[in-house]
Ligand binder design. Structure first.
Ligand code: 5RP
Length: 219
């Protein structure tokens, strides 16, 4: 099976978890696009979606699904999103698509985070994928100095500004033994908007696309 077929498979599996008539949280990325396609094909519609990016909002609207303002909802039962890496505890690296801050905001509203990913994303330890960090522009150099002191090799992602108008730093070479501790440490540096470690907001379930079908991992 191709990677694209695996993404389609987990997109459909996630759509089967959606309660008709509910409002759900929707993440960002190529796997989530397949989830939106599966939502669009459902005979009974959801009431709407809280979206984590302009890109997903656009696709949701094209699918005829109402996009609801984050501030208009108090809680969501379900948030579905992809990941760049996920470990065996449900901790993730996210932000390859530069939507990490809004993704964490929507995940924070949800009772349950369901991660959809193909099997290449499952890792023993996070950190091979460069860790994305959204920052306030004037703090970029200081944050990169701090990251180098931790053993990382940071670069500003060229030509990218997030939906919130900020740059992204990608960091290679960090040793992420304790995702929650590193998330908490980086989060409190002045100028960090959001770090792409999702440990506090980790997934409760991962629907993993494999060559023999969808594997459900519950954490
Ligand atoms: C966007 C993300 C995505 O979930 C992540 O990059 C995975 O994307 P894809 O499904 O295209 O592999 O975090 O900010």
């Amino acid at each position: 099976m191709t990677q694209d077929e695996l993404k389609g498979l987990v997109g459909q599996a996630a759509a089967a978890l959606v309660e008709p008539g509910s409002i759900i949280g929707v993440g960002t990325g190529s796997t989530v696009n397949r989830f939106i396609d599966a939502l669009a094909a459902m005979p009974v519609r959801i009431a709407g979606a809280v979206s984590s990016s302009e890109q997903s909002s656009e696709r949701l609207r094209q699918a005829g699904i109402a996009v609801i303002d984050t501030n208009a909802v108090e809680r969501l039962t379900l948030y579905v999103d992809g990941a760049d890496e996920i470990d065996h505890a449900g901790c993730m690296i996210k932000g390859g698509g530069a939507a990490l801050t809004r993704e964490k905001i929507v995940a924070d509203l949800a009772d349950r985070f369901v991660c959809i990913a193909d099997e290449s994303k499952l890792v023993e330890r996070l950190g091979k994928f460069p860790l994305p960090i959204e920052v306030i522009g004037m703090a970029t150099e200081q944050i990169m100095r701090r990251l180098r002191r931790l053993g990382g090799e940071p670069v500003v992602r060229p030509g990218v500004t997030t939906d919130n108008g900020h740059p992204i730093i990608d960091v290679r070479g960090l040793r992420i033994d304790d995702p929650a501790a590193l998330e908490a440490e980086i989060n409190q540096w002045p100028g960090v908007v959001c770090v792409g470690i999702f440990a506090r907001h980790r997934a409760q379930t991962c629907l993993l696309g494999t060559s023999v079908g969808v594997r459900t991992l519950d954490f």
